[in-house]
Design a binder for this molecule. Structure first.
Ligand SMILES: CC(C)(COP(=O)(O)OP(=O)(O)OC[C@H]1O[C@@H](n2cnc3c(N)ncnc32)[C@H](O)[C@@H]1OP(=O)(O)O)[C@@H](O)C(=O)NCCC(=O)NCCS
Length: 163
């Protein structure tokens, strides 16, 4: 899969330093390189990068299939490469891999103030199912919990809006 000229591919060990550097640039409370390394070892994990083909990375995503869900833990795109469809492509690829492994839905948390991410998730069919007070640090902020039920999957009562 490609988006904005970038190829979406599996994250490998040699990507980790670059991914962690991007993470530090983007997030106030970043994952460390060791946290990304651990993500690669998780059972049924989906770890992706967007590779711009000239030797550098411009985005990444970490997720894990748990029971019938794919849990999206981290997704980001370099500021220089935003609004080119790369975030969307990373998520679509993860949803596809999750679906192929039996996931019927994707679930994630997002800062209530993160308008860009909320716009992307909303456009992609994610719906709010909950709110976690003071879930984030630096700065402290509530999280919204969003769920996307994949086409053809039944929406269970436990996955309806609980707020
Ligand atoms: C959120 C993020 C991953 C989006 O990545 P992206 O590659 O720029 O997003 P896309 O180009 O795939 O956008 C898909 C759609 O999302 C919406 N969208 C994305 N960014 C938006 C913005 N800044 N404002 C409004 N809508 C936006 C649009 O509907 C867009 O479609 P369009 O460009 O055709 O209008 C990126 O802004 C980012 O890395 N932010 C910092 C990290 C972060 O917040 N991660 C999410 C944590 S939960």
């Amino acid at each position: 899969m490609t988006a904005g000229g970038a190829l979406i591919r599996d994250m490998i060990l040699k990507d980790l330093a670059e991914v962690a550097a991007m993470e530090r640039d983007i997030f106030p409370d970043p994952w460390t390189e060791d946290m990304f390394r651990e993500a690669l070892t998780l059972n049924k994990s989906v770890n992706l990068v967007a590779d711009d083909g000239d030797g550098s990375l411009c985005g990444y995503l970490c997720a894990q299939a748990v029971a019938d869900e794919i849990q999206i833990h981290n997704v980001a795109v370099a500021t220089t490469h935003r609004r080119q469809g790369i975030g969307r492509a990373l998520l679509e690829y993860a949803e596809k891999q999750g679906g192929e492994n039996g996931a019927v839905c994707a679930i994630l948390e997002v800062r209530i103030t993160n308008t860009a991410a909320l716009a992307m998730y909303g456009q992609m069919g994610y719906r709010r199912i909950g709110r976690r007070r003071a879930y984030y640090r630096k700065p402290v902020c509530d999280a919204l919990v969003l769920l996307k039920v994949f086409d053809g999957a039944p929406a269970e009562e436990t996955k309806q809006d609980a707020t």
